[in-house]
Ligand binder design. Structure first.
Ligand SMILES: [Mn+2]
Length: 268
């Protein structure tokens, strides 16, 4: 039995099929942990979600910002964006089944035995494992619940920049969501900078990548979201899995027990 983690698929179904083949993935024995952003921007969001749904008993995915956006358009009647490639998914007869499955995905997944967390963007250094799971659960509960529509209407936006335990309501939910699904650069106080999206060398003054701040535990973190760092963090226990398949790069899997990376090239 092998456990793999896979980075941002973003609708690149053909690459995912080739990657599963290369892994000799056996749904009866193996398991896959997806780092989120399963869909959008790429050509085959509907096919990707159908494939992953068909493997759902052997798969776990966390929610990425693109997954949340897809849910917000469908369940929250939010406006589509120009670069979205989700219309075939919304029009499909199984759209509701697929998107209801997506809606149940967590924002953070913790494997206690391996002391490993899978998140889409990352875990800020000032959040413990227990705190991260509990804050993620606050958002998950709302996304799955009867007030999801209100959440999706107010989810977008970069404020507040900083986590503060006293935050309440939508400000609290939005900043938790932004840390877990959109974070790249943080300042010394642990506040977010969400406008810079390029590599580490483009860090704005006073900011570093979230994974460049030391944690006071030895948690292993597997994340996607940040294709511009090309799969390199410089920190052994923090693994960047988004190698930019949708931008012509590779789709990366990691064997979580051996640390081996297995990749396929994009053909798009
Ligand atoms: Mn993302």
């Amino acid at each position: 039995m092998s456990v793999y983690a896979i980075g941002d698929v973003q609708g690149c179904c053909e690459a995912l099929e080739r990657l599963l083949e290369k892994l000799k993935f056996d749904p009866a024995a193996d398991q896959i942990l997806f780092a989120g952003d399963l869909i959008n921007r790429g050509p085959e969001s509907l096919q990707t979600l159908r494939l992953i749904y068909s493997l759902r008993h052997s798969v776990m995915s966390v929610l990425g910002n693109h997954d949340l956006h897809a849910l917000a358009v469908y369940f929250g009647r939010q406006r589509s964006k120009k670069k979205d490639t989700l219309s075939a998914l919304y029009d499909a007869e199984d759209a509701e089944v697929l998107l209801e499955w997506l809606r149940e995905c967590p924002l953070a997944h913790y494997d206690e035995e391996r002391h490993l967390m899978v998140v889409h963007a990352g875990v800020p250094h000032h959040w413990s494992v227990a705190q991260t799971l509990s804050l993620a659960a606050e958002v998950e509960q709302v996304v799955r619940g009867s007030h999801a529509h209100d959440f999706f209407c107010e989810m977008y936006g970069n404020l507040p920049h900083c986590w503060n335990e006293s935050l309440q309501g939508m400000e609290r939910l939005r900043v938790i969501t932004n840390y877990l699904t959109r974070m790249r650069f943080l300042d010394e106080q642990g506040c977010l900078e969400l406008t810079h999206k390029q590599g580490l060398e483009t860090a704005p003054e006073g900011f570093k990548a979230w994974f460049q701040y030391p944690r006071n535990d030895d948690l292993k973190i597997l994340f996607g979201h940040w294709a511009a760092i090309q799969g390199v963090t410089g920190v052994t226990r923090f693994h960047a899995l988004d190698t930019g398949c949708v931008w012509g790069g590779n789709l990366r899997a990691m064997n979580v027990d051996t640390g081996e990376y297995i990749e396929v090239e994009s053909r798009d």
